[in-house]
Design a protein around this ligand. Structure first.
Ligand SMILES: [Zn+2]
Length: 283
């Protein structure tokens, strides 16, 4: 692993069985809506509330145990969108937390939104439609009518930096701003391993073949439930031919002519930064 993960909430330990009740004091609460998290203002912003928002902000829609941070139980609490927060709190998107709170808190905030999304979308069994209940022995929902167990959804996606001599392949999606380029990525399909997904995505999007696929690192990407699995690969053969659908332009870039690239929050930027640093003779 050559980059520091930003969204890995590894400071939390999920303890089983899940605690019976929310402690009256001594717990931490992460206040979320469907797509935002509450953060305090001030010199040292934080996402952690030591007060159960049920006592100060109404209405609370759902509560989910996230895990223990050392000896302290952490909970995600969903409030209705549009709820006014106490004076020193404000709503924030997850990406907007970057650089504002410690990486650990950003990761926990992202987990809170992801787990709440899981909780909200699995209230009924996908197989028979009956109401589910939460298991206390693992992070899952159980249907007592048909015994189906539903786990949080994770969608693995590959992301790959393709090298050709001293250049890398960067491509532009139609949803990117002008001049903005990134590395190739895409979801892993059923019946496919990550390496085959790398080969297929590069072939589909830019028409070339790659070889020597090496694992780089992985990163939860909770928008809403991806796991990005990073690779580096070497150009093998073929000419760049864009699909004009997912990609509208692509080319080979050297260190001294890089276009606008993704922000440091992403694994795509980590892939590019590592390549730049490894090859730069002046660092
Ligand atoms: Zn069922």
């Amino acid at each position: 692993m050559v980059h520091s993960a930003k969204f890995s909430a590894d400071s939390l330990v999920f303890k089983f069985p899940v605690p019976d009740e929310i402690p009256v004091s001594g717990a931490l609460f992460v206040i979320v809506t469907k797509c935002s998290v509450a953060v305090t203002n001030g010199d040292k912003p934080t996402i952690f509330s030591k007060t159960n928002p049920a006592d100060v902000v109404c209405p609370v829609l759902r509560v989910q145990y996230l895990g223990h941070r050392n000896a302290t139980a952490c909970y995600a609490v969903e409030i209705a969108a549009g709820t006014t927060l106490p004076a020193d709190w404000q709503h924030s998107g997850i990406r907007e937390l970057f650089g504002r709170v410690p990486d650990e808190e950003m990761a926990i905030a992202a987990l809170a939104i992801q787990i709440m999304d899981f909780h909200r979308t699995t209230q009924f069994c996908g197989q028979c439609g009956a109401k589910t209940r939460q298991l206390r022995t693992e992070r899952a929902k159980f249907c007592s009518d048909c015994n189906q167990i539903t786990y949080p959804r994770l969608s693995p996606a590959i992301i790959v930096l393709v090298e050709k001599e001293d250049q890398i392949l960067l491509a532009r999606s139609p949803r990117f701003p002008p001049d903005f380029h990134s590395v190739i990525s895409g979801f892993v399909e059923p019946g496919e391993n990550c390496e085959d997904a790398v080969k297929r995505e590069v072939r589909e999007e830019v028409g070339i073949a790659v070889k020597n696929i090496r694992y780089f690192g992985s990163e939860p990407w909770p928008f809403p439930h991806s796991l990005m699995i990073g690779f580096v690969a070497d150009y093998d053969r073929g000419e760049i031919t864009i699909d004009n659908n997912e990609i509208i332009s692509a080319g080979w870039f050297s260190r001294d002519n890089l276009p606008q690239i993704p922000s440091p929050i992403s694994i795509s930027r980590a892939l590019i930064d590592c390549w730049v640093e490894r090859r730069n003779p002046f660092t």
